[in-house]
Write a protein that binds this ligand. Structure first.
Ligand SMILES: *[C@@H]1O[C@H](CO)[C@@H](O)[C@H](O)[C@H]1NC(C)=O
Ligand SMILES: *[C@@H]1O[C@H](CO)[C@@H](O)[C@H](O)[C@H]1NC(C)=O
Length: 365
């Protein structure tokens, strides 16, 4: 090859590289433009024949709340609200439930947290002796801090993670064979059940280790993600995994991260304790944004998202993977959940407006 040929080849290479770069830049720009202005076009491009497919039967979900006794009436009325009714089973874990357990109807139970703990020990009967052998009196005293629970009068937020350990265990034992998913919510969570069940059936399978909801990072650490307590969903497969590896004491067979002892140390951060347990088994939160990057599980209420200012709360910067935005772009048009919704709104209906790109309450709802 002579020098001028070589120059020609080099020039050709440059041209090829340049066109490649240009193509890259143009497609990035057009994507950004599309993201901002033309969601409809992306929708069309992405409408992966999904709409024509006959959807499988919607999944079944057992839901639960963890509350203080004082919120019992409120929590019960949310169970019978428009969204709560869509849960196949519903358990409300409280403190001071007379008789330990009460059935409100065939699919709804009030369970005293002490009863859930006793149940867990009964289930572990074979291992109970091993659990109960102590090296010292000191250890025995510590043991009681995660195997007993205070009364309602003495219950403080500090015990929330411990409460969640026994509640998840109870749900996993009683329901993982009967439903596809178990979801923990708060009584001020508002679920859009059509969207939620569609989303589960379209993107997930109960036989996979599913762990979904709103994903946060911990104090800015992207390697420490967790699903927040407003709505946490685990699949049948994840629940089985949780059951098979959990333990009471952290030094026992099983996974120390998934022990009652470790959850007790999680104090009020029940959602984070669960994330650490699941992470130790290689189960991480799936990211639940829609195809335009909008969140599907919203941390605030629809009105806060729509009327709130532009200013991002400081803590939010540290915890959210997506930037805070109000009005347009805050929320998916297929949103599954909102938070901080008053009891008065729990039977009302939300609608999506293509005009404001936001969710609004129906006036007469
Ligand atoms: C919603 O309506 C149902 C049925 O009328 C009722 O039982 C329930 O208490 C209501 N819930 C709320 C939160 O108002
Ligand atoms: C944000 O995270 C950093 C540590 O990564 C911490 O020092 C700071 O206090 C956090 N700020 C807020 C407002 O939570």
């Amino acid at each position: 090859m002579n020098a001028s040929n070589r120059r020609g080849v080099l020039q050709l290479q440059h041209i090829l590289w340049f066109s490649f770069l240009l193509w890259g830049v143009v497609s990035v720009i057009s994507n950004i433009r599309a993201l901002k202005y033309d969601t409809a076009a992306i929708s069309r491009a992405l409408s992966l024949s999904g709409e024509n497919q006959v959807r499988d039967k919607l999944p079944s979900v057992a839901c639960f709340f963890m509350i203080r006794k004082t919120s019992l009436t409120e929590a019960t009325s949310v169970r019978y609200s428009n969204w709560g009714k869509r849960c196949t089973y519903f358990v409300i874990f409280s403190n001071g439930v007379a008789g330990g357990e009460q059935l409100l109807d065939g699919n709804t139970a009030l369970v005293d947290i002490h009863h859930a703990i006793e149940d867990e020990f009964r289930e572990r009967a074979g291992n109970a002796e091993a659990e109960l052998k102590f090296a010292s009196v000191l250890e025995a005293a510590e043991y009681s801090t995660y195997t007993t629970f205070p009364t309602d009068q003495n219950e403080i937020k500090d015990y929330l993670a411990l409460k969640s350990f026994y509640s998840w265990m109870y749900m996993a034992r009683k329901y993982s064979d009967r439903v596809d998913y178990v979801m923990k919510a708060d009584p001020d969570t508002y679920m859009l059940m059509d969207n939620y069940l569609d989303y589960l059936s379209e993107y997930y399978s109960p036989m996979h280790p599913v762990y979904i909801g709103r994903v946060f990072k911990t104090d800015g650490n992207i390697n420490d993600p967790f699903v927040t307590g407003l709505s946490t969903t685990l699949s049948k497969a994840t629940l089985k995994l949780l059951l098979s590896r959990s333990t009471i004491r952290s030094d026992h067979d099983g996974n120390p991260e998934c022990s009652a002892q470790r959850f007790r140390l999680g104090r009020e951060a029940d959602d984070h304790a669960l994330a650490q347990c699941l992470r130790s088994m290689g189960v991480y939160p799936a990211y639940t944004r829609d195809e335009f990057g909008r969140e599907m599980f919203l941390h605030f209420s629809p009105s806060q998202h729509y009327n709130g200012g532009d200013k991002e709360p400081k803590w939010h910067l540290n915890f959210s993977f997506t930037p805070y935005s109000h009005k347009k772009g805050c929320c998916s048009s297929k949103a599954c959940a909102f938070h901080y919704v008053d009891i008065e709104k729990q039977n009302a209906t939300l609608y999506w407006s293509d005009f404001t790109h936001a969710w609004h309450w129906k006036r007469n709802g």
